[in-house]
Ligand binder design. Structure first.
Ligand code: AMP
Ligand code: MG
Length: 352
């Protein structure tokens, strides 16, 4: 392993990130042109196959990621999101791409009944999970922060082609549950426009497959076995031209006095969701939607997520419950294969 790769790995490990998905290779096919960078708070790898001007495409891809990170990151003070958070309730001019992300976020918050919420920034800033300053906030702090999480009060407008947004005073955005998906979608559009026909985009375990796999036919993604060493998987997704996104409590967490606090917050309580699920995977053509739905399904938990999925019918998902059951939607049946036979598999809606 190169020094650079080691350094990237060390940074990722320091953040307690844990990729929940990984590509399974089975030999054959051409070697890809690859770029690896630490972006969006995670380890990012772009792999292009059979691309004539790969170096140029990889450089353009990385520039695109950096430009979107500069708009969306809460940690970059000049980003659109940081400026909105600091605007004290004033209208703020934002980039069209930020407006698009906010619109998508609001639609997904609506769709999931608020289980995915873009307005949890005040709450996640108290917990700081995934940073060395992670802590358990007091009940009072959480109650106070929850007062400013009503995403329906976020306003957007367009004037002479310029985009503006306004948050209620005190509200703070956190788009960590959808931004990587949005960046992946932007990369896919760029690659499609430039004629890249086969590629794999790995944004810290959010996987996107462009076209067919290098061997021809579907790509294969291993779904991380919750609570097991990295790389052990319980099942495989085989698909092409899709995003595969996983959310799980084991990805980012800290422990205090023997209690584990993970990074997916229930907007109803302001605390790590008591989900009954140990992993959620969503497979969708749109990566932002897969990303947000995944987080939302985790929050809905082992009782409400299957009800939501049965009602909607159009979401391809694989859930693992704390009591070691694997629940899949009928639409995921064709692309999912269980490899750990100690887990009980059932199809949501079947036999009811
Ligand atoms: P993901 O890894 O995609 O499930 O996203 C988790 C990240 O999104 C967290 O680290 C928080 O920054 C943020 N987040 C946590 N809970 C929620 C939630 N219920 N809705 C939206 N964003 C959330
Ligand atoms: Mg997500």
């Amino acid at each position: 392993m190169t020094k650079r790769a080691l350094c990237l790995l060390a940074t990722a490990a320091a953040l307690l990130c844990f990729a929940a998905l990984f590509v399974l290779r089975s030999g054959g096919g051409a070697e890809p042109a690859v770029s690896e960078n630490f972006r969006l708070g995670t380890f990012v790898r772009l792999s292009l196959y059979g691309c004539g001007n790969a170096d140029e495409e990889l450089a353009k891809g990385d520039e695109l990621i950096k430009s979107l990170e500069n708009l969306f990151s809460v940690n970059i003070p000049t980003s659109d999101i940081a400026r909105l958070n600091a605007a004290g309730g004033a209208w703020t001019r934002i980039d069209a791409r930020t407006a698009e992300l906010l619109e998508a976020s609001l639609a997904l918050a609506e769709l999931t009944g608020g289980a995915f919420s873009p307005a949890l920034g005040g709450v996640t800033a108290l917990w700081r999970i995934g940073t060395p300053e992670a802590r358990v906030p007091s009940d009072g702090e959480i109650a106070e922060a929850l007062k400013y999480t009503d995403y329906s009060k976020i306003e957007l407008r367009v004037e002479d082609g310029a985009h503006f947004a306004r948050l209620p005073r005190g509200m703070r955005l956190d788009l960590g549950a959808i931004a990587k998906g949005c960046v992946a979608d932007a990369l896919k559009s760029r690659f499609a426009a430039d004629g890249v026909r086969r590629a794999m985009i790995d944004l810290g375990g959010n996987l996107d497959f462009v076209g067919e796999s290098p061997r021809g036919g579907p790509w294969r993604a291993g779904l991380q076995q919750p609570e097991r060493p990295r790389g052990e998987y319980f099942g495989i997704i085989e698909a092409e031209d899709v995003s595969v996104v996983t959310s799980g409590p084991y990805e980012r967490y800290f422990e205090k006095d023997g209690v584990r606090y993970h990074h997916i917050i229930d907007p109803a309580t302001g605390r790590p969701a008591r989900s009954g699920l140990s992993s959620v995977t969503v497979i969708d053509a749109n990566s932002a939607r897969a990303d947000a739905l995944c987080t939302a399904l985790f929050v809905m938990g082992s009782r409400r997520a299957p009800e939501f999925l049965a009602r909607r019918g159009d979401v391809r998902a694989v859930l693992v419950t704390d009591d070691k059951r694997v629940l899949i939607t009928p639409s995921a049946e064709k692309i999912f294969r269980l490899t750990d036979e100690s887990l009980a598999l059932s199809v949501i809606g079947a036999g009811e």
